[in-house]
Write a protein that binds this ligand. Structure first.
Ligand code: COA
Length: 329
């Protein structure tokens, strides 16, 4: 019998502290007007010291497990998508597994930058389809506030911290992921990266003052690639799901920039009213942006049983991923 992986629970968690554009404009040479007109972002959440990656991820997961109406013991695999783990070693997924009291379930991290959640969805779906697992917790959490250069106005205004989670469970009806298209173009690594701090250019006492230990980005180049790859992979995912674009009820794109989303939607020839956007309040939360938006879309009653949702994301690597989900549990 064929197996499917329905999304049966969803949750999110963001830091308490709201940082507005005006607050940033008091610290660096920027303005609310510039940030809003170039990106659509109005404010973002920034984590305090007690709100590290596993804390937000665990809170989002607890909400998802509660909404799924299952006991934590029912989960047999934990996947965390993050580029900003609690510690460089070991994986933070195991911390979440222990915090949630999920006994002995497998746990690992996925690193695919902003595309991490949709990558994780494909992995979780494949694991359930194969029959290897029945109930999987997929959580995405990123705290870019820790890797940003807060003196670099080109990047620090764009991101926020947060976590989003889903629970996937095996079903025999065609629910959940209908298609997924993953891609990568490593030749563009230098357009969005942290140069120093890994094994290639290690951090040391002598070089730890250098700016290249922070996130850097060529915004205009990223902008073009993001639109191109999200559009192409979305079209492919819709086709592979056996659908026409007008059968997509809701698009939940990676929440990086409103202008990227507007151009993308035009290319896909889907009316803007079918797009969910919440980046005004959170900025770009990297891997967490799609599940946070998904969670808010469900809670606002924008998804109904049988609806087709297109998820599409793009991030460092470059990586990108698009997927079509049939909603319902
Ligand atoms: N406030 C004020 N001015 C700023 C600024 C800020 N926060 N950030 C950059 N600028 C300046 C630049 O220095 C530049 O000035 P210059 O012309 O004197 O050098 C000017 O604004 C215009 O920069 P430009 O790069 O042309 O702006 P843009 O319209 O392309 O918008 C981004 C810049 C970053 C918003 C846009 O390129 C973008 O969103 N790219 C995608 C980034 C992204 O989403 N990355 C994550 C994907 S996962």
């Amino acid at each position: 019998m064929e197996h499917y992986a329905a999304i049966i629970g969803w949750g999110m968690s963001v830091p308490r502290r709201v940082v507005t554009n005006d607050e940033l404009a008091r610290q660096i040479d920027t303005s609310n007007e510039w940030i809003r007109s170039r990106t659509g972002i109005g404010e973002r959440r920034i984590a305090s010291a007690d709100e590290y990656t596993s804390v937000l991820a665990t809170a989002a997961s607890q909400q998802a497990i509660e909404r799924a109406g299952i006991a934590p013991e029912a989960i047999d695999l934990v996947i965390l998508a993050t580029s900003t783990p609690d510690r460089p070693f070991p994986a933070t997924a195991s911390v979440i597994q222990a915090q949630l009291g999920i006994p002995r379930a497998g746990a690992f991290d996925v690193v695919a930058a902003c595309s991490g959640f949709v990558y994780g969805l494909h992995i979780a779906n494949s694991m359930i389809q194969s029959g290897a697992h029945q109930t999987i917790l997929l959580v995405a959490a990123d705290l870019f506030s820790h890797i940003l250069n807060w003196h670099d106005r080109n990047t620090c205004v764009l991101f926020g911290d947060g976590a989003g989670a889903v629970v996937l469970q095996q079903r025999d009806q065609p629910l959940g992921l209908l298609s997924a298209v993953l891609g990568s173009a490593g030749e563009y690594e230098s357009l969005m990266l942290i140069e120093r701090g890994g094994t290639r250019q290690p951090l040391s006492a002598e070089n730890s003052h250098l700016q290249d230990r922070y996130f850097s980005m060529h915004g205009r180049e990223v902008f073009k690639h993001a639109i191109r790859e999200m559009a192409l992979s979305s079209q492919q995912a819709i086709e592979e799901a056996g659908l026409q674009p007008d059968a997509i009820n809701l698009i939940i794109p990676h929440q990086a920039n409103l202008r990227i989303i507007e151009v993308l939607i035009k290319r896909l020839e889907i009316p803007f009213k079918r797009v969910f956007v919440n980046l005004e309040r959170y900025g770009n939360t990297s891997a967490a942006s799609v599940p946070i938006a998904l969670c808010e879309a469900v809670e606002q009653g924008q998804l109904h049983d049988g609806d087709h949702v297109l998820l599409t994301s793009f991030g460092g690597g470059f990586t990108w991923a698009s997927a079509v989900v049939r909603w319902g549990r």
